[in-house]
Design a protein around this ligand. Sequence first.
Ligand SMILES: Nc1ncnc2c1ncn2[C@@H]1O[C@H](COP(=O)(O)OP(=O)(O)OP(=O)(O)O)[C@@H](O)[C@H]1O
Ligand code: SF4
Ligand SMILES: [Mg+2]
Length: 398
Amino acid sequence: MYDVKNGVKIYHPQQDKPNRSDFPGCNDKSTLDVVWENVFFLYVSTDEHPHTTLLASSIVTSRTSSSLLLDVRHLTTVFRYGDKETAVVDDVSFYLERGKTLGIVGESGCGKTVTALSIMRLIPSPPGRISSGAVLFEGRDLLKLSAKEMQNIRGKEIAMVFQEPMTSLNPVFPVGDQIAEVLFTHEKISNQEAMQRVLEMMKLVGIPTPAERYFQYPHQLSGGMRQRILIAMGLICNPKLLIADEPTTALDVTVQAQILELFRKLQQHFNMGLLMITHNLGIIAEVADEVAVMYAAKIVEHGTIDTIFAHPLHPYTFALLKSIPKLNTSKSSLVTIPGNVPNPLDYPVGCHFCTRCPYAVEVCFVQPPPLTNAGEGHAVACWCWENIELDENNLTGK
Ligand SMILES: Nc1ncnc2c1ncn2[C@@H]1O[C@H](COP(=O)(O)OP(=O)(O)OP(=O)(O)O)[C@@H](O)[C@H]1O
Ligand code: SF4
Ligand SMILES: [Mg+2]
């Protein structure tokens, strides 16, 4: 049930049940439950019980106080294909603190956008539905809110910037009016005041001569400008959380760098949490504090940027990192991960990566590996992470 090392009990809350007599000061059952759900390890001094109470309440305070913004727990979203339903986001958990950036990275089709749309409750139903889990935003489960309550949160408290600015903007309205529309939806505000706020926001996101641009239509702006308009729409109500889904994919590298810089500046300015979704690890390295690596509907590894880039443990993360092109790489030695992310209807029953993994052993094909603690703030879902030596000449599985 727990290990004992040097007279200290070490609980593994993800696997063990608490022995309540070890927490005499934790009379409040819910406090202990919160601790249990939020930590990987809990150290309990066997001789000095009072310390456990201190420890428990300090963990609760640090994870449930003002710092924790978004806490996604065991989120599962399914889509119906013909007469079969399959999970395209499968038991996904992560959290984000105020003012921090979490990057979600993974190949095309692995479930990044569906994760974001699930948080926003924008999954088209049918064919999709959120089948289980919780999305706690400042402690409130968004999945339990009414459609009306959710509408008030979208755009005001949580905003999302999509991949394609041209399809997200309405071609027949001036861009300034489109930003103002978000304000009118959420605030009682006069036309004049709204225009003033929009012009200030356009300036803040780096749009030159905002007073002129306000009246222009999306097709009159460059791709980078349109993306800035979308960011302005996202930020106009000063949201606490911004979800950016591939916000720079359609842009050239120089504009991409400017937009990333803009995100950094605005994040500091507004102290908002940023969920940055991308298939590009370079972008993650630029902006994120932590990264969750997704593969075929599941999170396979999670950790701080430094840990993941310096000590990846999952064969998929390792292969992703090795496939980042370097300047001195010749064309013939570019590294790719052979094969494709399987179709959701064909996800293997065991580890979803088993069909492409060079280290797969028997258990990998029959049982999905749980996300396990692999060090402070580092988690990995792989049966073999402790026993394999990742080798860049062995990424292929063939
Ligand atoms: N409306 C839908 N109906 C049916 N299946 C869907 C729908 N939207 C997404 N999917 C499926 O869900 C899976 C995850 O898709 P998602 O868009 O989240 O991938 P992604 O990681 O964002 O990929 P990309 O990097 O290409 O944007 C894919 O297999 C996709 O085909
Ligand atoms: S669980 Fe097995 S198949 Fe999956 S990544 Fe680990 S070694 Fe590879
Ligand atoms: Mg996507």
